[in-house]
Design a protein around this ligand. Structure first.
Ligand SMILES: Cc1ncc(COP(=O)(O)O)c(C=O)c1O
Length: 388
């Protein structure tokens, strides 16, 4: 699959293309540069042609579409009746907190992690407790499997101290790490032991690479089903963030009731066009997704080669999911905010690692959901900046 050419991309009006001047290569926000999947474009055009732009219908086929996709892709059996739609993944997370915790309750997150988590927890009434991810090998030294793991002892300590919820990121952004089945089972056991709610953000799951394994949290045990809510969408894998549609998935009567108890508006605010696009993605978008994954897996390896050749001081482990690279610039002496150096000296827009929490000091996140040419240009600009 080829990404759109830069001249065409610069006519897009989304955040990626309207936040910096044209001499900056935008590698920051999680949008991709591929043309929209044809079945999705067709479904959207057809909806526009019939002026089908009202509110979503109560019975709309999204649950069945997601359920069929989840079973075919991951062998995960989801009851369509346990799938509720909402505006986006972030809203699903916040609304789940509103039902699952009391204002002021502590909520565990595992940095470095998707920066808005630091806002979604307080928006949902919680107070953040950080339990950083572990990387025993030292970042850049893991060979074979991803070296990342959840700090289960740290999570248990937080639960013992009274935390009422855990916001998981699976696969993890910015690390591209699908959480392991062992870690997920252990988390589910802890959740049951301490009666904690686990929200599993699984928006990057369809983008799991061929050498990674995505395990849906709710599938790992009865405890997970009893204590977990998964929130996901086609928005990352098929680049549909602007269309506003996500699903909240449950696997027990207890958690189904929790979601069913949300105000009706949480669901009715789902975008009709987002729903049309998500259904098209889950039912007809799989060949396109597999092509995209081939392009992404090629780019993640290209990035490793380019860095080895031109910027060996930057450390990087190839992710097992998604299109985000977590780059360790500490060896280059670029300070606490290497993204600022990259923007100023190289005109490459990255996201500062510190936005992902304190373990991100000296790191930055690069989005490689682009053409190999753009990726090569970005690395050569960064390499030139490192010798400037
Ligand atoms: C882990 C994670 N969760 C949620 C989102 C945002 O999803 P949405 O736009 O559906 O709120 C992103 C976007 O990049 C993400 O990486």
């Amino acid at each position: 699959m080829d990404a759109d050419p830069l001249t065409l991309l610069r006519t897009r009006t989304s955040a990626k293309w309207r936040s910096y001047p044209d001499d900056v290569l935008p590698m920051f926000v999680a949008e991709t540069d591929f043309p929209l999947a044809e079945p999705i474009a067709r479904a959207l055009h057809a909806a526009i042609d019939r002026s089908d732009t009202g509110y979503i219908a109560p019975e709309n086929g999204l649950g069945a579409a997601f359920s069929a996709f989840a079973e075919a892709r991951w062998g995960w059996r989801v009851d369509p009746q346990q799938v509720a739609s909402t505006t986006d993944v972030s809203v699903g997370i916040v609304e789940t907190f509103r039902r699952a915790i009391n204002p002021g309750d502590r909520v565990v997150i595992t940095p470095p992690v998707y920066p808005p988590f630091f806002d979604l927890v307080p928006e949902g009434g919680g107070v953040i407790v950080e339990v950083p991810m572990l990387h025993p090998a030292g970042y850049g030294d893991a060979r074979g499997d991803s070296g990342w793991a959840l700090d289960l002892d740290g999570i248990e300590r937080a639960f013992v101290a009274g935390a009422r919820a855990l916001l998981l990121c699976n696969p993890h952004n910015p690390l591209g790490h699908p959480q392991t089945v062992e870690d997920l089972i252990a988390v589910a056991d802890l959740a049951a032991q301490y009666d904690v709610t686990v929200i599993s953000d699984e928006v990057h799951a369809p983008l799991t690479h061929h050498d990674g394994t995505f395990i849906p949290f709710l599938s790992v045990s009865a405890e997970a089903a009893e204590h977990g809510v998964a929130v996901t969408s086609a928005s990352k894998a098929w680049n549909l963030a602007g269309l506003k549609c996500a699903v909240m998935v449950t696997a027990s009567e207890r958690m189904r009731q929790l979601v069913a108890g949300m105000p009706e508006e949480v669901t009715t605010r789902t975008s009709q066009l987002g729903l049309v696009a998500n259904i098209a993605a889950f039912t007809e978008g799989v060949p396109w997704l597999d092509d995209e994954l081939a392009a992404l897996e090629s780019n993640r390896a290209l990035l490793a080669e380019l860095l080895d050749a031109q910027l060996p001081g930057a450390r990087y482990e190839q992710p097992r999911a998604s299109y985000l690279a977590w780059l360790d610039f500490r060896g280059l002496g670029w300070g606490d905010d290497p993204a600022q150096v990259a923007l100023g000296r190289a005109k490459v827009a990255l996201i500062n690692g510190l936005d992902f929490g304190s373990p991100g000091r000296g790191f930055a996140r690069l989005n490689f959901g682009c053409s190999p040419d753009v990726l090569a240009e970005a690395v050569s600009r960064l390499a030139a900046a490192s010798t400037a």
